[in-house]
Design a protein around this ligand. Structure first.
Ligand SMILES: [Zn+2]
Length: 214
């Protein structure tokens, strides 16, 4: 992650002061005026004197809220976890967390707890809507299990999930076992990322899990 992408710098007084400073130093290349205005709607920096557009398509890297300490920052952040191919819906759907607490951190009453428990159950059921998705979710969880027991790094897990998704798209799964294709996907991912793992290692872990699962 580069320094510019730091999401929480609004609360840091030195960072915001620095940003204001660089903004002030800039002057119009046409008339030399330093009265520049940020037009947030058009994402432009405009000279207030002659109307020259100094910069277009500027990115506002700061958050649109202000936070003054860590607690506020974590409460006000609105971004979720990053996209991942290891979850069938790429981790985009809502998950209700296991804390029985409300927005303010107070614990819920027994009635509310029961309601949240039911909501959680239905949310889990609704997330996986049809048979194809159910198979994908199962296969991806298998890939996760195998790569965890082989202690494979996260990028292999992501790559293997992408390979498996491609195989589904090309209709290569029909007529083959999910275990077989998941092993093959992990093996391919290891080859692609230059990690030396044999097919035997991967399939042995898969067979172990099959044995313990049934
Ligand atoms: Zn100007």
């Amino acid at each position: 992650m580069s320094k510019d992408n730091k999401p929480h710098e609004e609360g840091n007084p030195s960072a915001s002061a620095q940003r204001a400073e660089t903004f002030k130093v800039q002057s119009c290349p046409e008339c030399g005026s330093t009265r520049l205005m940020r037009d947030y709607e058009c994402a432009e920096i405009v000279c207030m004197d002659c109307g020259f557009v100094v910069a277009a398509k500027i990115a506002d890297r700061g958050p649109e809220w202000r936070a003054f300490d860590d607690e506020q920052r974590s409460k006000r952040t609105r971004v979720g976890a990053p996209l991942t191919y290891t979850i069938h819906d790429k981790g985009l759907s809502t998950t209700i967390d296991w804390h029985d607490r409300d927005v303010y951190g107070k614990s819920l009453s027994p009635g509310q707890k029961a309601q949240v428990y039911r909501l959680r159950k239905w949310q889990r059921r609704i997330r996986v809507s049809d048979a194809t998705e159910r198979n994908l979710a199962f296969a991806l969880s298998e890939i996760t299990k195998i790569s965890n027991s082989l202690n494979l790094p996260k990028n292999i897990l992501e790559t293997a999930s992408v390979i498996y998704r491609k195989a589904v798209k090309e209709r290569l799964i029909r007529g083959r076992s999910i275990q077989g294709v998941t092993s093959a996907a992990i093996y391919l991912a290891c080859r692609q990322c230059g990690l030396p793992r044999t097919l035997d290692e991967i399939s042995s872990v898969n067979c172990e899990q099959k044995g313990s699962g049934s």
